[in-house]
Design a protein around this ligand. Structure first.
Ligand SMILES: Nc1ncnc2c1ncn2[C@@H]1O[C@H](COP(=O)(O)OP(=O)(O)O)[C@@H](O)[C@H]1O
Ligand SMILES: [Mg+2]
Length: 163
């Protein structure tokens, strides 16, 4: 697949309005699609639903997980039998150089699922995305756009069966 094909509408899912239960259901469908691992960037303003989505996704894969927002810790990790989930929130990062101590390049030294809130603050040290999720306010709910950013991500997105 060429990069042009990745911007094809077939490589994206757009939902204009989801209330919180709908967003959780979407996150659960996404969880099933990404359970083999990959990198997901979560974009959206404060309160757009990034942590809500990550929490529902993680709890879909690890039902008894206590999912804390990584706003202060920057990273929270969850071990599954076959992979590790890393949930990052880079909101408080002012300069990508502050991330060096996190060892971002080692996150993928074992099979992993990496969820990144505020990826635009991570600079070049972040692993490249397979899927990019954009969340926005839409009345009392949220809008969702999920885009594939790699062939792996495109296959995962297609497996969700949303059309
Ligand atoms: N689809 C939705 N519809 C309405 N409210 C939502 C929805 N998703 C999340 N919320 C609410 O919005 C608030 C902010 O969510 P959060 O996930 O912390 O945002 P972010 O991580 O993007 O800053 C929470 O109070 C949550 O309950
Ligand atoms: Mg958040």
């Amino acid at each position: 697949m060429t990069s042009a094909a990745l911007s094809d509408p077939a490589s994206a899912i757009t939902i204009a309005h989801l209330e919180e239960p709908g967003l959780a259901a979407f996150a659960e469908a996404l969880a099933q699609a990404v359970r083999t691992g990959g990198v997901i960037y979560l974009h959206g303003d404060l309160g757009a639903g990034k942590t809500t989505t990550a929490r529902a996704l993680i709890r879909s894969l690890i039902p008894d997980a206590r999912v804390k927002s990584p706003t202060y810790s920057l990273i929270e990790s969850y071990r599954m039998p076959a992979l590790v989930i890393h949930h990052l929130d880079l909101y408080r990062i002012a300069d990508p150089g502050e991330l060096e101590w996190l060892g971002l390049d080692e996150l993928q030294s074992e099979p992993s699922l990496v969820l990144v809130e505020w990826p635009e603050r991570g600079g070049h040290s972040l692993p490249a995305a397979d899927l990019v999720l954009h969340l926005g306010h839409a009345g009392s709910g949220r809008s969702v756009r999920l885009e594939a950013a790699s062939e792996h991500g495109a296959r995962q997105l297609a497996s969700m069966g949303y059309r």
